[in-house]
Write a protein that binds this ligand. Structure first.
Ligand code: GLA
Length: 728
């Protein structure tokens, strides 16, 4: 059988079938045409080893001598005996390929197991892999794990993954690759605040824009593991798997299980190349929110009520807030938690998805009309998967609350520990699922709602249905809820929020239109959170709000400029009682809203550029047009922010190179914040000592900017400047 060679965007995936199974020969830079016969790659047999070469299987298996983590773990149950057919020997049956996709079927007829693998290499170089295992036998097969993993280059010596906590999501951690396995396990029943959005292996010190990097992402919102597995001969595989609960998936004869998609990208120019592959894939999806002018609508400026009023819902206040927001140029007003029956604080009400009549005697209509008559869209917060014990629905259907017991808690069944006073509603129960669907559907039918902020505020601990572990089924049932509601209301956008960023993955993003990256609106924290969330998720999908002057989550105080420049590189909004914003501060807020509207098409369609800087306290990041995009003289070509995240080690930043621009084109680079005239504002926010060129701007080629650079202003800690680049 001929080898399979998928190629796109400087990436190749080469699979050979010579050994009888699908064997990954190469995943990495493009190999071009004219490949040699692959027999030249057959390796010698080392002493004290299996008497055959061990292939790097697409489905690594012990039957081929693989001593690392096998792709498939499970066993058959027959005649009261379990543990049968524990080690399949999968051999290739068929390979079909079209364009840049392929389906490979491998089977073990004796064990009664077939695995079908689908692979697709997308135009921007993002690889999509998933496996489906089918039980061909006559008795049940218990699936313990089906993992998807890919080999990284032998020169990969470091692994980078992300972790975090509430209000501090997506922070990187690195270690050197050594023999053994580095596993990140998520048992939160949701993606998790500490989940690794990306698992990357690369050459020594790979950075934002240098080094070879191989990276994977598991598109799944339930329990999972991601790992880098290095076996004794030095081969390393990176990948992931759904983490199944005890006997959670038992395949009856003929039944199948499909893994979450593993997305994978290779870059020979550091992490920015990985982001490019992911962004390109996101933006190629037919339902992706598009920037304006490309048949879509621009990402509207948002005002979210949470940090403005919390649970204090009062129609007069909210209408005032909406009018103040409209005056600022807000385009979408989102009413957060606190509007439904019994919800005066976070102890009660979840599950009772009816507008609270005591607060809203005429329903939400008066507020919605105030919002829409001011040319804003109306958005509403919901948390459909959750329930408070203090709710009518929990009282009426105690058996709808999930727990480890097979009986309802009213009959003495134990419930999991409470989390923010709440429990989970059992969406695996068709009646409970239907009730939730009907309530949200009715809200969307009865009210002029354009947007849902869909929250999920607790882990799924001891998650059971009818006494059996059921995170797998619950995750699929939640996905079905999103999918059916989207189908019924295709024009309603949905945001995925989970106590901030605890459900950020490509599984949920396939059915939502943006994520709430973090409950932390502190701009300093946000710089890091957004940088690393943006490794995978493009800025148009990452909610970023200007919060109150003193952050509610950290008590730090920041200038408006620092908060606004931070929010600008995402889907911009505010979460602040803007009625209080007056005078010069209001003028400045309007200016930043104007800058966002002016530049959002570029920010939401361009390539993200993050410089590698020697000074740890500085970040230079920006957006440049896509390669090949038409750049006309006088048009804004790029936007950069130089950000100080702490007190500088060096006396001044000196010359900083600006990467990502076309080498031979001449550009005008100028500061658009601060402007020289900004010193006249009433209050002192800039704290910037600018270099001479910032008075009038500088003209230079992309080559000059990326090699010599420009002297940058001395910034006080936690301040930023915004630079605009125009093609001359
Ligand atoms: C979660 C969200 C917040 C807010 C509150 C409301 O914590 O992350 O943004 O919506 O719930 O209760």
């Amino acid at each position: 059988m001929e080898p399979l060679h998928l190629r796109f965007a400087s990436t190749s995936l080469l699979i050979s079938f010579d050994s009888g199974e699908a064997e990954i020969i190469h995943w990495g830079s493009d190999l071009g045409e004219n490949l040699p016969g692959l027999a030249i790659l057959v390796e010698p047999i080392p002493p004290s080893a299996i008497d055959a070469a061990v292939p790097t299987g697409l489905l690594p298996q012990a039957s081929s001598g693989w001593s690392g983590r096998p792709a498939l773990r499970g066993h058959r149950l027959a005649d009261g005996v379990s543990g049968l057919d524990f080690s399949p020997r999968l051999r290739v049956v068929t390979v079909t390929s079209e364009h840049n996709s392929a389906v490979i079927v491998q089977s073990d007829t004796e064990a009664g197991i077939t695995v079908e693998s689908s692979l697709m290499l997308h135009e921007g170089g993002l690889l999509e892999v998933r496996h489906t295992v089918t039980n061909d036998g006559a008795t049940p097969y218990q699936l313990d794990e089906l993992a998807t993993a890919l080999p990284v280059g032998p020169d990969a010596v470091e692994v980078l993954d992300l972790t975090g906590r509430w209000a501090r999501e997506n922070h990187p951690q690195r270690r050197s690759i050594q023999q053994g396995t580095w596993v990140r396990t998520g048992r939160h029943g949701r993606t998790g605040h500490d989940s690794s959005l990306l698992f990357a292996a690369g050459t020594a010190n790979f950075g934002n824009r240098h080094g070879k990097v191989w990276a994977t992402h598991l598109a799944w919102s339930g329990n999972h593991e991601q790992f880098a597995d290095t076996i004794g001969d030095g081969r390393t595989l990176i990948g992931g798997a759904e983490l199944l609960g005890p006997a959670e998936v038992i395949l009856q004869p003929g039944a199948s299980y499909t893994t979450p998609i593993l997305f994978a990208a290779y870059s020979d120019r550091g992490l920015d190349g990985i982001s490019e592959a992911f962004y390109s894939w996101f933006r190629s999806r037919p339902h992706h929110v598009l920037p304006s002018g490309a048949d879509g609508k621009a990402r509207p400026v948002v005002l979210n009520t949470w940090e403005a009023v919390y649970f204090d819902h009062n129609l007069t206040t909210l209408i005032e807030l909406a009018e103040s927001a409209a005056d600022l140029g807000v385009e979408r007003f989102v009413l957060d938690d606190g509007w439904f029956r019994g919800r005066r604080d976070d102890h009660a009400g979840l599950g009772d998805w009816y507008v609270d009549e005591s607060l809203w005697p005429n329903g939400l209509t008066p507020l919605i009309e105030a919002v829409t008559s001011n040319d804003m869209e109306f958005g509403l917060w919901v948390e459909p998967e959750m329930v408070n014990l203090d709710s009518d629905i929990a009282r009426a259907h105690p058996d709808w609350i999930v727990g480890p017991a097979s009986k309802s808690h009213k009959d003495g069944g134990r419930l999991p520990l409470e989390w923010r006073n709440q429990h989970i509603i059992d969406l695996v129960n068709p009646e409970a699922w239907q009730y939730i669907f009907d309530r949200i559907d009715a809200l969307l039918r009865d009210n002029n709602i354009s947007y849902l902020k869909w929250d999920q505020n607790r882990d799924l601990l001891e998650h059971g249905h009818a006494g059996r572990s059921s995170v797998h089924e619950q995750t699929l049932a939640a996905y079905r809820l999103f999918d059916q509601l989207r189908k019924a209301h295709p024009d309603v956008e949905i945001e995925s929020c989970s106590s901030g960023g605890a459900r950020v993955d490509l599984g949920i993003l396939e059915r939502t239109d943006r994520i709430w990256a973090s409950d932390c609106n502190d701009a300093l924290e946000r710089q890091t959170i957004q940088r690393w969330t943006g490794l995978v998720v493009p800025p148009e999908l990452v909610g970023a709000h200007v919060g109150p002057t003193t952050s509610h989550t950290t008590a730090r105080t920041h200038d408006l400029s620092f908060r606004a420049i931070t929010a600008l590189f995402g889907h911009f909004g505010m979460e602040w009682d803007v009625r209080d914003v007056q005078g010069a501060e209001r003028t400045e807020l309007k200016r930043f809203i104007g800058l966002y509207k002016q530049h959002r098409d570029l920010i939401h369609s361009g390539r993200m550029v993050r410089a590698d800087l020697a000074e740890d306290s500085l970040m230079l990041h920006g957006v440049v047009p896509q390669a090949g995009a038409e750049v006309t003289a006088g048009s804004t070509s790029a936007l950069f922010a130089l950000v100080s995240t702490g007190s500088a080690f060096n006396q001044q930043p000196g010359r900083i190179t600006i990467p990502g621009l076309e080498a031979d084109r001449t550009y005008r680079i100028e500061a658009i914040f601060p402007l020289p005239s900004d010193a006249d504002y009433e209050y002192n926010y800039t704290q910037v000592q600018p270099p001479a060129w910032m008075a009038d701007g500088a003209d230079a080629t992309g080559r000059f900017l990326s090699t010599v650079g420009l002297p940058m202003p001395v910034l006080n800690p936690e301040h930023a400047v915004l630079l605009q680049v125009t093609a001359v």
